[in-house]
Design a protein around this ligand. Structure first.
Ligand code: GUN
Ligand code: FE
Length: 449
């Protein structure tokens, strides 16, 4: 029996980085989680096109659908410590704040309880797809994958690899064990219903996750590269050119690469079109052109970049986009204080304004259209999922947020009125709303929050 949903009303989505399609009176038909029709106006719906036994959900004025948010960089075990350690540089922040928090995930009971709250929160914020770092613990990482699968969040799940330069209470004991546990986690995820290897649209997928080169021995990086070589459907993520302190330490550990992290990760077979590079704030011409040639994606995390970890770092997003490098947004929850993609969108605008000033006007600021694109279709591209999600194109899966701008005083959102266009309501939502304006969240047509 097929499962059909019909929505009638407003809809806003990105067609490309600069084009928003805004429809006031659309009809969307979803069958078994897949969008089978999108009519731009009710007058375009052919007679007999809609099943008569299904009652359409008609969105009242002030409500509209947008695609679910795609969070391209998120540390699940850092959700309980978001925002802590302001003012610390990256390596000090990791040692003093992050590692003690992540160490708690050695306890499976704690992990199960905390990941319930973590995934619930991200779903409530409209994050329908998340690219997660787990902790280094295999059992907790399997629990995270099970939790996303059960709750219906689309997710990439990576067991974090770290076998050196971390305190003993969290450091992995050797590369071999780290690699074995990584393979166990991949097998566990691919055994979840609907998640077999090679299923491009699987709800939950594994991702290879070396924390960063500083915390991985060459043996571990090379073993991870071998796993990727054997299976080109596997995604990879790491932290990349995040802060000067991190770049200097990496250069000291790997002098042969003369400061090029692109050369370093490439030499271990870890850079390809499925690689997600978090941060990319300090990027030479060489590094930019190399990640472009290798078709890697960038997870832009402006909240983390401008608060904890490195001072005030501004990634050259306009330059990346002009070069055709794929870019998405990341909460970097932990380093970033917010679990809200709306906050990340706003900070991406602020960062891009800073970039325009710092580049003497060359790197123009990002528009609302562009930042919304990065939070949805852009992120889907980074994760090689743009054939499946990111907007409401027919044939894609229905990952969506039902926005309600009409909650009165029950949210921080700027009030809307009868004369507001859908565009104005959308703009007020992006700039001032919170999760109280997110009435419902769907993944693959399933109501998940
Ligand atoms: N580099 C290595 N680990 C981390 C982390 O947990 N967060 C951030 N922002 N950078 C890192
Ligand atoms: Fe991070």
């Amino acid at each position: 029996m097929s499962d059909t949903l019909i929505f009638k009303g407003g809809l806003v989505h990105s067609l490309d980085p600069t084009t928003l399609e805004i429809l006031d009176d659309a009809t969307v038909v979803v069958v078994n989680g897949v969008i089978t029709a999108l009519y731009k106006s009710s007058s375009h719906v052919p007679a007999d096109a809609l099943p008569t036994d299904i009652t359409a959900l008609t969105l009242p004025r002030g409500e509209f659908l947008i695609p679910g948010f795609v969070d391209t960089h998120n540390h699940a075990p850092q959700w309980p410590m978001r925002g802590l350690g302001q003012g610390l540089h990256i390596l000090d922040w990791l040692n003093n704040i992050t590692f003690p928090f992540e160490a708690r995930f050695a306890d499976a009971t704690y992990a199960a309880e905390m990941y319930e709250h973590t995934v619930d929160d991200f779903l409530r914020q409209g994050i329908t797809t998340a690219c997660y770092y787990g902790s280094r613990h295999a059992q907790a990482t399997r629990i995270l994958a099970d939790t996303c699968h059960r709750k219906g969040q689309r997710a990439f799940i990576g067991k974090c690899n770290m076998d050196r330069n971390a305190p003993e209470y969290i450091c992995e004991s050797n590369a071999q064990e780290s690699l074995r546990e990584t393979e166990d986690c991949i097998a566990h995820i691919r055994a979840l219903p609907g998640c077999a290897a090679g299923t491009e649209s699987a709800l939950v997928k594994p991702i290879i996750t070396p924390r960063f080169a500083i915390s991985c021995t060459p043996e571990l990086l090379s073993g991870l590269g071998d796993i990727v070589k054997r299976d080109d459907s596997l995604a990879v993520q790491t932290h990349f050119n995040e802060a000067q302190q991190e770049i200097d330490a990496t250069t000291d550990l790997f002098p042969a690469f003369k400061g090029s992290e692109a050369d370093l990760y490439e030499s271990f077979g870890l850079l390809n079109r499925r690689t997600v590079l978090a941060h990319c704030t300090i990027m030479s011409e060489y590094e930019k052109s190399k990640i472009s040639t290798l078709h890697c994606g960038v997870a832009h995390c402006p909240i983390a970049n401008m608060t904890v970890g490195g001072g005030f770092m501004v990634a050259p997003i306009r330059d990346f986009m002009q070069r055709g490098i794929k870019v998405g947004l990341g909460t970097d929850s932990g380093g970033g204080w917010a679990s809200q993609m709306l906050a990340v969108i706003r900070q991406a605008m602020i960062a891009s304004n800073a970039c325009e000033v710092m580049s003497g006007g060359k790197d123009t600021a990002l528009s609302l259209e562009e930042t919304f694109f990065l939070a949805t279709l852009g992120g889907a591209r980074v994760l090689c999922l743009d054939g499946y999600i990111g907007n409401f194109q027919v044939g894609k899966e229905f990952d969506a947020i039902r926005v309600a701008t009409t909650t009165g005083t029950k949210s921080a959102m700027a009030p809307t009125n009868e004369t507001d266009s859908t565009r104005t309501m959308f703009e007020k939502f992006i700039m001032t709303a919170d999760d109280r304006n997110i009435h419902a969240v769907y993944v693959k047509g399933r109501l998940v929050s």
